[in-house]
Design a protein around this ligand. Structure first.
Ligand SMILES: Nc1nc2c(ncn2[C@@H]2O[C@H](COP(=O)(O)OP(=O)(O)O)[C@@H](O)[C@H]2O)c(=O)[nH]1
Ligand SMILES: [Mg+2]
Length: 337
C-alpha cells in the first residue's frame, strides 16, 4: 500500500474531527495536526496546488511533464541534488510500474519524498535528556533566526511538563539580547542567569554553578551567532563547550542549530558552515508558517545529514512543535488525502 493511502486511513478520522468541530475542543492529536495544517498552508498552497495544476496540464507522463515537475521541486527548496535523485527514482518507478498517466503519480511522488527523509531512520527525533542532573541544551545559529524565541518556547514546553528550567544568556554583546531572554524567563516562570558585555563562557560558567545549586532539570543556553568570523565563533563555542563539560560530564546533551526556513538555500549553507564549526545534534526550523519553503526539511536531511527536531509554526509560546514527518506530510498533502 502506498503512503498516501496509508495516511488517508490514519488521518481521515482526525481530518473530519477538525472540520466538524470547527476547530475547538479538539483532541490533542487532532490539535497537533491542525497546527501542522495551518503552519504549512503557505507551502501547501504554492507547492501542492501547482502539482495538481501540473497533473491537469499534462495527462500523460512525458519529458515536458518531468521538466516542469523538476522545476517545481527546485522552487520548493527541496535542494537540487535531492531533486535530481528524486527524479531518477521517479523515472525508474514510472518505467517499472508502467505508469502512463500523471494522475497515478501523486501517490508515487509522496512515497518517494517520504523515503528521502526516513531512509533507514527513526520517524521522530527525540531530545536526548540526561539520566541524572541537569540536561544542557545549547542553542546556536545566526542573528535573527529565532534562537531566543525558541528558547522561550522550549522553556514553556518543559515548564508545562513540570520541570525546573533555567535560561542562561550567552549572547552577551548584542544590544538588548540579555533582557530579551530575561523577559522569556519571566513569562515562563523559569530561572535566569545573564550579564551584559562580558565573556559568554564566564557567564555560562557562573550560570551552571547556580543551576546545579538550584537542582535545575533543564538548562537552555543562548549564544551569539557571528558567522562572519568563523574562526572566532569556533573558538568561542569550543570554550563554551569546555566550560559546560567541566561542570556537567556528557553535556551539552544537545546542540541545536536554529535555521529560518524562509531563507531557503541560505539556511542550508548555514547548516553546512555550523557543522564544520561545532558538533550539531539537531536542527530547529523556525518560521515555517510564514514561508512557502517547507521543502527545506527534506533538503536539510539529505544534504546536511542532520535531523530536524523542532519546527516553529508561529510566534506564540505553543507554536514550537516536535518535528513529526507523518504530520508534516499530512500538512503538505492533506488536499490530496
Ligand atoms: N512567524 C514566526 N516568527 C518567528 C518564529 N520564531 C521566531 N520568530 C520571530 O523571529 C524574530 C527573531 O527572533 P529572535 O528569537 O530574536 O532571533 P535570534 O536573533 O536568533 O535570537 C522575532 O520577531 C520572533 O518573533 C516562528 O516560528 N514563526
Ligand atoms: Mg537572540
Amino acid at each position: 500500500m502506498g503512503l498516501l493511502q496509508k495516511f488517508k486511513e490514519k488521518f481521515q478520522a482526525k481530518k473530519v474531527e477538525i472540520e466538524e468541530t470547527k476547530k475547538t475542543n479538539l483532541e490533542p492529536e487532532a490539535e497537533e495536526l491542525l497546527l501542522y495544517d495551518k503552519g504549512l498552508a503557505k507551502t501547501r498552497r504554492e507547492f501542492v496546488s501547482e502539482l495538481s495544476l501540473l497533473g491537469k496540464k499534462f495527462h500523460r507522463v512525458n519529458e515536458e511533464y518531468y521538466d516542469e515537475l523538476e522545476s517545481l521541486l527546485i522552487k520548493a527548496d527541496i535542494g537540487v541534488n535531492t531533486v535530481f535523485k528524486f527524479m531518477d527514482r521517479l523515472r525508474d518507478r514510472v518505467r517499472h510500474e508502467n505508469i502512463a498517466e500523471t494522475s497515478y503519480l501523486n501517490e508515487v511522488i509522496v512515497d518517494e519524498l517520504f523515503t528521502i527523509y526516513v531512509e533507514g531512520e527513526n520517524l521522530t527525533d527525540k531530545i536526548n535528556l540526561a539520566s541524572t542532573g541537569p540536561t544542557v541544551i545549547l542553542m546556536v545559529g545566526v542573528n535573527g533566526v529565532g534562537k531566543t524565541t525558541t528558547i522561550g518556547k522550549l522553556a514553556h514546553k518543559y515548564r508545562e511538563e513540570g520541570k525546573k528550567v533555567m535560561l542562561i544568556a550567552g549572547d552577551t554583546f548584542r544590544a538588548g539580547a540579555v533582557p530579551q531572554l530575561e523577559e522569556w524567563a519571566k513569562r515562563t516562570n523559569s530561572l535566569f542567569y545573564g550579564k551584559e558585555n562580558t565573556d559568554p563562557a564566564g557567564v555560562i560558567f557562573d550560570g551552571l554553578v547556580k543551576a546545579k545549586a538550584e537542582d535545575v532539570d533543564i538548562v537552555l543556553i543562548d549564544t551569539a551567532g557571528r558567522l562572519q568570523n568563523k574562526v572566532n565563533l569556533m573558538n568561542e563555542l569550543e570554550k563554551i563547550n569546555k566550560v559546560i563539560g567541566r561542570h556537567i560530564p556528557d553535556a551539552p546533551h544537545e546542540t541545536l542549530l536554529v535555521i529560518d526556513a524562509s531563507t531557503g538555500q541560505n539556511g542550508i549553507s548555514q547548516a553546512e558552515a555550523f557543522k564544520e564549526i561545532t558538533n550539531i545534534t539537531g536542527i530547529v526550523l523556525t518560521k515555517l508558517d510564514g514561508s512557502a519553503k517547507g521543502g527545506i526539511v527534506l533538503a536539510i536531511k539529505e544534504t546536511v545529514g542532520l535531523p530536524v527536531k523542532f519546527i516553529g509554526l508561529g510566534e506564540g509560546l505553543t507554536d514550537l512543535r516536535p518535528f513529526d514527518i507523518e504530520e508534516y506530510i499530512y500538512g503538505l498533502f492533506k488536499d490530496m488525502i
